[in-house]
Design a protein around this ligand. Sequence first.
Ligand SMILES: Cc1ncc(COP(=O)(O)O)c(C=O)c1O
Length: 361
Amino acid sequence: MISIPQNIQELVSYKPGKPVPQIIEELGLKEWAILWNNENNLGPSPKALQRITEALATSHLYPDPVSTKLREMIAERNHCKLENVVVGNGSESILDNLFGAFFEGEDELLTCEGTFVAVYIWAKSNNVPVTKVPLNSGYGFDVQRIVEALTPNTKAIYIANPNNPTGTMITRDELDYLIAQVPDDVLIIVDEAYFEYALALSPDYPDSSRLNLPNVLTLRTFSKAYGIAAIRVGYAIGHPEVIEALNKVRMTFAPSNVAQAAGIGALEDDEHLQKTIDLNTKALSEFYQAFHDKELKYIPSFGNFVMLDLETAENAKQFTTDMLHKGIFIRHLPAFGLPHCVRISTGTEGENALLTSKLRA
Ligand SMILES: Cc1ncc(COP(=O)(O)O)c(C=O)c1O
């Protein structure tokens, strides 16, 4: 038998639940709202779809290995240069590349409990130890505790801003404080998967890509506000040397021609993006009102989802099941270390109305 390293043995492979159509059929649902994956239920921009269709005709050719046009557009929109940008098969693949490019020997990652689970998984699969400090009492990243937990082995810090699944954000002042306290040979990874939503929701939201610091790396994705999660395209903005190290370990022909084209089309459609952002801002306030009316404890969010604190794991599990039987697909959060909580994404107008009416029923 081939021996499997201990760290890989300890990982659990992803086991998807039942497909949505099967659940709908089994429960005999007449109406439903899919609010469990923080996707953009408005769908992709028509311009992205058009670009995808055009790209299919060149599918016999390897794609541009350095995604020139897409990176140019990203660089222009983010006021940086081409050499500051790398793209990948979703930001998750760049996260994986980070471990391959920067960690060696005793190096560790420092982050919080209750953040994006993929970080822990990719760290473990790359055999990188993770130090996790607790979230603060408001379910936010505890910047002070992170600073206190730094050791000579800390190679990088991971912050999701806003955080998934809690929806909390760190402010400009908190990020500045963190950067000031952290030695400049520690990489600060700021995952801004929900950047476009957060920017519209708070004037205090810091765009880390604008800092232009050699040890700050910004991760972004096209999977959320841009609505092309299935296509798999994300990017990082950082110092050219950091970006070049990522270039050395990434897959040569990633992302695909279709993904590059979809990203280009998505960036060309400001109208679709704005519609998405406005819908989310409206949905959040409708959700908050419904949660308030039902005396449910919610955590104010800066993403396209809200977390509810239901006090016990039993409550949270029951709530998730009850909502599912009413056609509302939401996420119970034991895998995030928050078994007493659930996360509800915003959806289309119709889905949001269904959620609030089922809650009030
Ligand atoms: C904080 C955070 N980062 C990254 C991702 C993954 O993005 P991608 O689809 O680009 O891999 C997610 C998806 O849920 C997320 O919540």
